[in-house]
Design a binder for this molecule. Structure first.
Ligand SMILES: [Cu+2]
Length: 146
């Protein structure tokens, strides 16, 4: 593509509402109750000008999880919380942090995994309850077990 076409495409894309894409979200975004699955926490950017140095994920009722190995990062496990520390992940870089999650058979149909993103001395709290909020907690839709 030539530069003009690139510029036009970039301009068109910037007009699209893409809530959540640049934040922290989960892949996949849905799962089944009772399932064991690998969930990627997709980190779209650092905290306002600073590189990411740690991530902490709160585990709600009905969800247990362990952090999988991530090169350059130390997995951290605690009571009701998992995460990674290390990096740093440069502010504008995107990365996936994978956790192996086990969903209880009676887990809620919408599970939120609040994340605290630490960037050196600052932090960004991804804990808002609604998808349209400024800093929504990553969410997982849970379908009934087959
Ligand atoms: Cu964002």
């Amino acid at each position: 593509m030539n530069n003009l076409a690139n510029a036009a495409l970039a301009a068109a894309l910037s007009l699209l509402p893409l809530p959540g894409l640049a934040h922290i979200h989960l892949q996949p975004e849905s799962a089944q109750a009772g399932q064991v699955l690998d969930l990627a926490l997709v980190v779209g950017h650092g905290c306002a000008g600073a590189s990411t140095t740690a991530l902490r994920v709160s585990l709600p009722a009905g969800v247990t999880a362990e952090p999988l190995a991530q090169p350059g990062w130390q997995p951290v496990t605690g009571k009701g919380e998992i995460g990674w520390q290390g990096g740093p992940l440069p502010e504008h870089d995107k990365a996936r942090f994978v956790l192996r999650a086990t969903l209880a058979a009676d887990v809620q149909p919408l599970v939120r995994l609040p994340v605290i993103q630490t960037c050196g001395q600052t932090e960004q709290r991804w804990i808002d309850p609604e998808a349209g909020d400024d800093h929504p907690a990553p969410a997982l839709t849970v379908l009934p077990a087959k």
